[in-house]
Design a protein around this ligand. Structure first.
Ligand code: 5RP
Length: 232
């Protein structure tokens, strides 16, 4: 419950970055949900913005709350993206993809003038890696890709990574909005996140990975009675 209050307070603080006329990337997950709800309240009070959802789940949520949406293909500028994270370190490097939306999340965040991360305090870490790193891969040849992902992680200095394809009902691989599978890579510690990111990006079959390096510039960590803003 404390985490829910922290998430909500972080989302509320992110509203300070919203200005009339903005096109805003809408993140995915339980923290981003609070932000979309706050945004909807302000829209009902006259704020004029439009959203670009980072998942079908967020599209449905935003639609149901009356947040005007714009097709990503029609957008020439995204002023702001507000999204959650699974882990954030002190250089604003992130692990994302716990909700399997990392591909669209990264495309939208990377194209934005500013990415603001909103998180509860449990997401702040010294070193990334305790949360299993999601890697989105094409279904074709995914077991081969998984072996190459293992090799890339070892080369990046990860000790004994353990890789599992994420499954859902009936133990079938879950399929992302982009039609791909997710490999969850238990790393323990990721000693060099930029190197890991670069090596993973080089593996054929990897569509995208959940390491966000040099994308987020502002991190808002919620607390029980407010939020702290970190600028990078
Ligand atoms: C979805 C994500 C989410 O932002 C991340 O999993 C955090 O979710 P939550 O706010 O529910 O803790 O990356 O792909």
């Amino acid at each position: 419950m404390a985490n829910e209050i922290e998430k909500e307070n972080a989302a509320a603080a992110a509203m300070d970055y919203v200005e009339d006329g903005m096109t805003i990337g809408l993140g995915t997950g339980s923290t981003a949900k609070f932000f979309v709800e706050y945004l909807a309240e302000e829209i009902a009070d006259g704020l004029v913005v439009r959203g670009v959802p980072t998942s079908e789940q967020t599209r449905r949520l935003a639609d149901s709350l009356g947040v005007p949406l714009v097709d990503v293909e029609q957008v020439d500028r995204i002023h702001l993206t507000v999204d959650g994270a699974d882990e954030v370190d002190q250089q604003a490097q992130l692990i994302k993809g716990g909700g399997a939306a990392l591909l669209r999340e990264k495309i939208i965040a990377n194209a934005s003038d500013l990415m603001v991360v909103i998180a509860d305090s449990s997401k702040s870490v010294e070193t990334l890696g305790k949360f299993p790193l999601p890697v989105e891969v094409t279904p074709f040849g995914y077991t081969i890709t998984a072996k190459k992902v293992y090799d890339a992680l070892c080369k990046a200095g990860v000790l004994k990574p353990m890789i599992k394809v994420r499954t859902g009902p009936g133990h079938k691989p879950i399929v992302t909005d982009g039609g791909n599978f997710i490999l969850d890579c238990q790393c323990g510690i990721i000693p060099d996140a930029p190197m890991t990111a670069a090596l993973l990006s080089n593996v054929p079959g990897v569509v995208e990975h959940g390491l966000f390096i040099d994308i987020a510039r502002t991190v808002i960590v919620g607390s029980e009675d407010g939020a702290t803003v970190f600028e990078y």
